[in-house]
Design a protein around this ligand. Structure first.
Ligand code: TYD
Length: 204
């Protein structure tokens, strides 16, 4: 393998993407670097606290800029160096989350792509979108009990975000693979690993 691979997982809350990102990272063993947004760096973990704290409400532009600040630091400190070492970088959320939640969900529009260009954002080699019905996702969240500031948004917000993810996938069918998040964890991880193998062959 003469370069790394950059794979991102996306989806609404409780779609199961964190579990699946972990499973794919285990599948690759030492070559994988599992990371996440927000919070993939020490600075990012402090930004994450602000973003998810239910007692503070940043205005939409500030929320977007904080996610982008986290991403800029993450790219510089974690993602680019690991790809330079030919690792397989697996990120639990990345730019498509900002496009779905902030550009569409909050209506901040072009702010996200324009700052992403400014920071020299990398496009993932593959984005795995785990799609799930909002009602099912909200029921899973209720059962988990814990909720952060974004989890607590109204169902209509989550519907908007779900539709935005599906639109992003439709616009870039080569980069995205969409999976049904309603199937059981093992079946889904098997499907994802098989698809990654098909796409990247010996690389993966
Ligand atoms: P987290 O606890 O990591 O949730 P999840 O397990 O669903 O990923 O919280 C991250 C939250 O931040 C989640 O609600 C999605 C949101 N988010 C954005 O709104 N924009 C972004 O760019 C990113 C990376 C996350």
């Amino acid at each position: 393998m003469d370069q790394g691979l950059f794979i991102t997982f996306e989806g609404i809350e409780a779609s199961g993407k964190s579990t699946q990102a972990e499973a794919l990272a285990r599948h690759f063993g030492d070559r994988a670097l599992l990371t996440r947004e927000p919070g993939g760096t020490p600075l990012g973990r402090r930004v994450r606290e602000i973003l998810l704290d239910s007692t503070t409400t940043p205005i939409p532009d500030v929320e977007a800029l904080l996610f982008l600040a986290d991403r800029a630091q993450h790219l510089d400190e974690v993602i680019r160096p690991a790809l330079a070492e030919r690792r397989i970088v697996i990120s639990d959320r990345y730019q498509d989350s900002s496009l779905a939640y902030q550009s569409v969900g909050r209506g901040v529009g072009d702010l996200i792509p324009s700052v992403f260009r400014h920071i020299g954002g990398l496009t993932p080699d593959l984005t795995i979108l785990i799609d799930l019905d909002v009602e099912v996702a909200l029921e899973r969240l209720r059962q988990r009990g814990a909720s952060n500031r974004l989890d607590a948004e109204a169902p209509a917000f989550h519907e908007k975000v779900r539709r935005a993810f599906l639109e992003l996938a439709k616009a870039e069918p080569c980069r995205f693979e969409v999976f049904d998040g309603a199937v059981d964890v093992k079946t889904l991880s098997g499907r994802i690993a098989a698809r990654v193998k098909e796409r990247f062959g010996d690389l993966a």
